[in-house]
Design a protein around this ligand. Structure first.
Ligand SMILES: C[S@@+](CC[C@H](N)C(=O)[O-])C[C@H]1O[C@@H](n2cnc3c(N)ncnc32)[C@H](O)[C@@H]1O
Length: 322
């Protein structure tokens, strides 16, 4: 079952955010959440299979190997909410482990309707799982999930794939604190975090040889053309991945190959780009294993356990709301 959002509002918010981001003085920006429309979510699925992008496989290895132990650390019964579930493939390990002891309500929260549809299709064959998907922003969705909570039931929140890395560090802690506020003491959060690794490996992960990540990034301009009547010439922009050493992140940008004007009628703007100017579309912050504990503590969680994948440095962190 899917609880949809109201689509006129979504288009209005998209137009407002595009206008705000592209009329900034200095660095132009677009929020990364808009990368995920139907095309973007499908491209992200492909990225997760690319040899250069070891992150998803590391996350899945950890869940596959440790699902029984993770679930064993949760006093039952629990309902599962997943923030930004994507296709939900990796979540199978957790749900299967849980259903060995209880019927499980699973609530994926997604901004992308097509990701939610993929997720429901992917996981609907698991016996003893009921799926209700919320087409919502993370916190709005989580609030709705808590309203479905049954007496005595704990909530187990999944935030996988190092999606937390899309926030800068202070906003990441603030986000975790907001999640904590919605939860009750004893509820749990499983947080996936990509760890720091050599520069070359990181850059390849966000700029693959096939050009799928480039297509994923450029699709944001195509989406503006489709939904807001924009006239971006996609041949005149290119994908750029670069390291931000100070922020310890990889940034994705869209690079203007020449001086050009772009009209976006539904956002009521005409935007000038200089040759070489970029639009910053996403950041992926990388962590040290220890700093995750500190951030969790600042946000009101206790770190119960951490599992690290050594093949592709990645940590799964089980945090308990205090
Ligand atoms: C990096 S992908 C990760 C997907 C999946 N969790 C994984 O580990 O492969 C981030 C997901 O979060 C969703 N998303 C991004 N911003 C969101 C927001 N503000 N609220 C809800 N979902 C969001 C996207 O649609 C996308 O499916």
């Amino acid at each position: 079952m899917l609880v949809p959002t109201i689509s006129e509002n979504t288009t209005y918010e998209f137009a407002t955010d595009v206008r705000a981001g592209l009329t900034l003085r200095g660095q132009k920006e677009l929020p990364s959440k808009y990368l995920y429309d139907e095309v973007g979510s499908a491209l992200f699925e492909v990225i997760s299979h690319l040899p250069e992008y070891g992150l998803t496989r590391a996350d899945e290895r950890l869940l596959r190997r440790h699902a029984a132990e993770i679930v064993g650390r949760l006093p039952g019964p629990v309902a599962v909410a997943e923030l930004g579930s994507g296709s939900g493939k990796k979540t199978r390990w957790i749900l299967e482990a849980l259903t060995r002891r209880q019927h499980t309500n699973y609530y994926p929260v997604e901004i992308s309707r097509s990701a939610l549809v993929m997720c429901e299709r992917e996981l609907s064959d698991i016996d003893s799982v009921s799926i209700v998907g919320f087409e919502r922003e993370y916190l709005d969705g989580l609030l709705e999930v808590t309203s479905q909570r049954q007496t005595g039931q704990r909530l187990f929140v999944l935030f996988l794939g190092s999606t937390i890395g899309n926030f800068d560090r202070p906003c990441g802690v603030k986000f975790l604190a907001s999640v904590r506020e919605i939860l009750e003491p004893g509820d749990a959060l499983l947080l996936g975090t990509d760890l720091e690794k050599p520069a070359e490996q990181l850059l390849r992960a966000y700029d693959d040889n096939l050009g799928v990540t480039a297509a994923f990034n450029l699709n944001l301009l195509a989406r503006i053309n489709r939904e807001l009547d924009g006239n971006f010439d996609l041949t005149q922009f290119s994908h750029l991945a670069k390291l931000n050493h100070h922020a310890r992140s990889v940034e994705m940008h869209l690079y203007s190959k020449k001086r050009q004007w772009v009209n976006i009628p539904a956002a009521q703007i005409a935007v000038e780009f200089q040759e070489g100017e970029t639009i910053w579309t996403e950041s992926s912050h990388k962590y040290s294993a220890e700093e995750v504990f500190q951030s969790a503590r600042c946000a009101g969680f206790r770190c119960d356990a951490q599992w690290i994948d050594r093949e592709w440095l990645f940590a799964e962190n089980l945090l308990i709301a205090e």
